[in-house]
Ligand binder design. Structure first.
Ligand SMILES: O=C(O)CCC(=O)C(=O)O
Ligand SMILES: [Fe+2]
Length: 318
């Protein structure tokens, strides 16, 4: 009997090269990357952005994550915020027994990162602040580039400044304890992101899965030099469905700890999300009535919001 030749190639996310230092608006390189970005975001709502590997920063970041999550629970609980989901979220025995996370509002502002490190460590922690800030700067650069590319590729230049200025950033540091099983366990329940755009960075423990429009799960295996770029419900609504907001989850097995960091761009309080008229026509009827992110979050905390299959459609679908 001949050797069995294996089966279908597993589904992969598009990998787009962002390592070119000359990737500047108006250059041919920018225009060719822009085409790939638009295609990936229309089809998958998600892609892998490849950058130049910075081994030192990578080690520093995941060292910092290990150190911060190793702090006692009472210390981590000092990471508080008046905004929901912006502070420490501890392990929940039924809902998320493996997951905990720490939030840093506007991590691009030095005082915010140093402020948190002064709360968590008696003498602060310069190494922690430095690595978290360097990571934030790099990720923020990618987020802004991708958002500019999408707007440009949809000929929405006239909205560029308004759109770029109407969002702020939240960084979430995440830890998933290995479940010590051979079969996969749920680390983070399936969801679409409720913000504008998310950029994820992970250690060498995979687990993120993204569902395609056809309902197939892609098991992500990002390279150490990659960031995962993902569209959230807000950009999906603002662009009237021209980009996809993918359903995703985290599944884990084995005993290794997974660490990840996510930079979330989020509309500022009071900013109205309204699809530009250029994106609404007979083939693309308006999907959502204008809304603000705060009102939408308010709905998410209600019973109806918590149980909705598609919270955004239930909240403001046309
Ligand atoms: O840890 C990850 O890679 C994904 C986290 C995630 O989906 C989220 O925080 O919304
Ligand atoms: Fe997510």
């Amino acid at each position: 009997m001949g050797e069995e030749i294996c089966c279908e190639t597993p589904l992969r996310l598009p990998i787009i090269d962002f390592s070119n230092k000359d990737l500047k608006q108006g250059t041919p390189e920018w225009d060719s990357v822009k085409v790939l970005v638009r295609k990936a975001l229309e089809e998958f709502g998600c892609f892998e952005a490849l950058v130049d590997e910075d081994i030192e920063l990578r080690e520093a970041v995941f060292g910092a994550l290990e150190e911060v999550f190793d702090l006692p629970l009472e210390t981590k609980m000092l990471n508080v915020s008046e905004k929901p989901y912006h502070g420490y979220l501890g392990v929940h025995p039924e809902r998320s027994p493996l997951y905990e996370s720490i939030g840093i509002d506007e991590p691009n502002i030095t005082q915010n990162v140093e402020g948190l490190s002064n709360i968590l460590w008696p003498q602060g922690n310069t190494a922690f602040s430095k690595s978290i800030q360097s990571l934030s700067e790099q990720v923020l650069g990618i987020e802004r580039m991708v958002r500019r590319m999408i707007l440009e590729s949809l000929s929405l230049e006239k909205y560029m400044d308004e759109h770029m200025e109407s969002n702020y950033y939240l960084l979430r540091l995440m830890k998933y304890k290995g479940p010590e099983t051979t079969e996969a366990k749920l680390g983070l329940y399936g969801h679409t992101d409720k913000n504008t755009m998310t950029i994820l960075y992970q250690n060498d423990v995979d687990g993120l899965e993204v569902r395609t429009k056809d309902g197939e799960w892609i098991h992500l295996k990002p390279s150490p030099a990659s960031f995962i770029v993902m569209i959230g419900d807000i950009l999906y609504a603002w662009l009237n469905g021209h980009v996809h907001s993918p359903f995703h989850r985290v599944m884990l097995k084995g005993n290794k700890t997974r660490y990840s960091a996510g930079l979330f761009s989020i509309p500022k309080a009071g900013y109205t999300i309204k699809a530009p008229e250029e994106l609404v026509d007979e083939q693309h009827p308006l999907l959502f009535k204008p809304f603000t992110h705060d009102q939408f979050l308010g709905f998410l905390y209600t019973e109806a919001g918590q149980t909705a299959k598609c919270a955004l459609s239930d909240y403001c679908g046309v």
